[in-house]
Design a protein around this ligand. Structure first.
Ligand code: HEM
Length: 505
């Protein structure tokens, strides 16, 4: 079996083969004004705002696409929005960035107020400069340098889950996967291991615990504030809003010295291999490529960029892993096949050891599990944009300032072969490097596609390769848990059941 691609390191995108989806229609007739396009009935003045089901928004919008077509109109207060569910038109919209299509101003403003202000939130020249810098930081060299720390974090969590099973409890992965992911994110961003022993007894120090609590708390504020009908906190600070400000300030105070230390370390050892993003960013900053303007980032700007990178990777990676395990538990033989692959590709002296970086690049079945679970459960597939100028999308004239919402999973679920609703990782083990489903775009599309995808895939494969030899995932006949949207799409509950594998004793 050949992998469709090595998902751990950057490489060419697979070919455009798909489930035989129709090409987009050619729109030669005059464009239809957005205000005349059909859509679900809304309220006077407020439009669809009162009927949006925030936690089930993804399903609600996909369901409306089934009724009103792959292009329909919503009215969010005074703002008209074109919803684009066809994947080729969605890709077309995303490829109009950064000039003609911008990120949603609401998301941008809310995140900036929470101290998160980097690539995701930028536009124009600032985005161009940060994008170049960030993409240069996510090198295979940096990921390789980071891998030992990732392994150490994964091993620590695996020991906890093994210990829970030895004591007769099921590990609580709904609670632990986001924490694992946060530890990985902070270590990747700035080289700090939040879970490492600082107090001599193997427990994290109070500073690390506070930072972890603050970051988790702030991540939780993003969805709440995006969905607030009136952003009261801008005029009036209640006690909970003052707690948000205090958390932002504590994160800032905790990260500033880390940036200073990294600068000092880089100055003392300019040739050392980068082992985290901050290090790689400092290198990229100090050594602009030929013809590139040098980019100067202050410590404050670096803190805000790093905070964004931590936020961007936390829920996304944790919930992708949660869906993968949930789907694998419903697919007979999937976990065993993973265990066989890991046993062959990552020979270790025993389950106490971890897979090395190179062996992780030879895991076609693990990659197929990731790709197939991301096809059915992409954790970010509802993206909100704003038209920067008048433009035509799929024959609809979208005025400057209108919203554009892409439903990136809709095509993968609605069009294609009979078995498209089934979780079948085998479909990704296709020959000739052709992707079986080009409509699947879990990391976005165009110039603003996720720069952290190789880090996320490395994190997922590392955890799978650590768990497979030690734990058996028990099969389940239960229906899949419901989907809940809170920035990312997560399972409403995790009903995984594990047992120690015979190799683990
Ligand atoms: C499984 C995990 C992940 C998923 C599913 C995911 C998905 C996405 C998606 C869908 C986008 C929007 C792309 C677009 O607008 O076209 C995005 C953007 C972004 N992601 Fe990820 N992501 C993941 C992990 C990460 C990690 C680990 C990091 C950083 C450490 C990261 C950093 C970013 C950043 C900075 C952007 C904004 C890029 C830009 O605007 O230029 N992501 N991600």
């Amino acid at each position: 079996m050949k992998p469709t691609r090595d998902a751990t390191e950057p490489g060419p995108r697979p070919g455009p083969a798909d489930f035989g989806l129709p090409r987009p229609a050619a729109f030669s007739s005059p464009a239809q004004p957005l205000r005349e396009l059909g859509g679900p009935p809304g309220w006077p003045l407020l439009g669809h705002l009162p009927i949006l089901d925030r936690r089930r928004l993804q399903q609600q919008l996909e369901c409306w696409a089934g009724t009103h077509g792959a292009l329909y109109r919503l009215q969010l207060g005074r703002r008209p929005v074109l919803v684009v569910a066809d994947h080729q038109l969605a890709q077309d919209v995303m490829r109009r960035r950064p000039q003609r299509v911008l990120r949603s101003p609401t998301t941008r403003r809310v995140c900036q107020e929470l101290g998160v202000d980097g690539l995701f939130m930028s536009e124009g020249d600032r985005w161009q400069a940060l994008r170049r810098l960030t993409v240069r930081a996510f090198t295979p060299e940096m990921l390789r340098g980071f891998h030992p720390r990732l392994l150490a974090i994964g091993q620590r969590w695996r020991e906890r889950w093994v210990a829970a099973l030895r004591q007769g409890h099921q590990p609580d992965l709904a609670r632990d996967l986001p924490r694992f992911s946060l530890e990985v994110g902070v270590a990747l961003a700035m080289g700090v291991d939040l879970g490492a022993g600082h107090d001599g007894r193997g427990q994290p120090g109070a500073g690390s615990l506070q930072l972890q609590a603050d970051i988790e708390f702030l991540i939780g504020q993003v969805w709440r504030r995006i969905n607030a009908t009136v952003p009261l906190w801008r005029w009036f600070k209640t006690a909970p809003e003052r707690a948000v400000d205090a958390a932002i300030e504590r994160v800032r105070q905790a990260l500033l010295p880390i940036v200073e230390q990294a600068r000092a370390h880089r100055a003392a050892q300019p040739e050392a291999t980068p082992r985290h993003l901050l290090d790689a960013l400092l290198i990229a900053q100090a050594r602009p490529e030929a013809g590139e303007q040098p980019i100067e980032l202050s410590d404050e700007q670096l803190v805000r960029l790093l905070t964004e990178l931590v936020f961007a990777g936390e829920d996304t990676s944790a919930h992708s892993l949660a869906w993968l395990m949930t789907l694998a538990s419903r697919h007979p033989g999937a976990w065993q096949q993973l265990q066989t692959e890991i046993a062959q590709a990552c020979p270790a002296d025993g389950p106490a050891h971890g897979p090395d970086y190179d062996s992780l690049r030879r895991l076609p079945y693990a990659e197929a599990l990731i790709q197939e679970s991301q096809r059915l459960k992409p954790v970010i597939s509802l993206l909100m944009f704003q038209a920067a100028e008048d433009q035509v999308v799929g024959g609809v004239l979208v005025p400057k300032g209108a919203g554009l919402m892409t439903l990136n999973r809709y095509s993968a679920l609605k069009l294609g072969p009979e078995d498209r609703h089934d979780f079948r990782p085998e479909r990704w083990l296709a020959v000739d490097g052709q992707a079986p489903c080009a409509s699947s775009m879990p990391f976005g599309a165009g110039a603003r596609t996720c720069p952290g995808r190789y880090a996320a895939l490395l994190q997922m494969k590392t955890l799978l390769a650590l768990l497979a030899p030690a734990l058996d995932l028990l099969p389940s006949q239960a229906p899949l848990p419901a989907e809940v949207l809170e920035v990312t799409l997560r399972p409403a509950a995790l009903d995984l059941r594990w047992k120690l594998s015979s190799r683990c004793g």
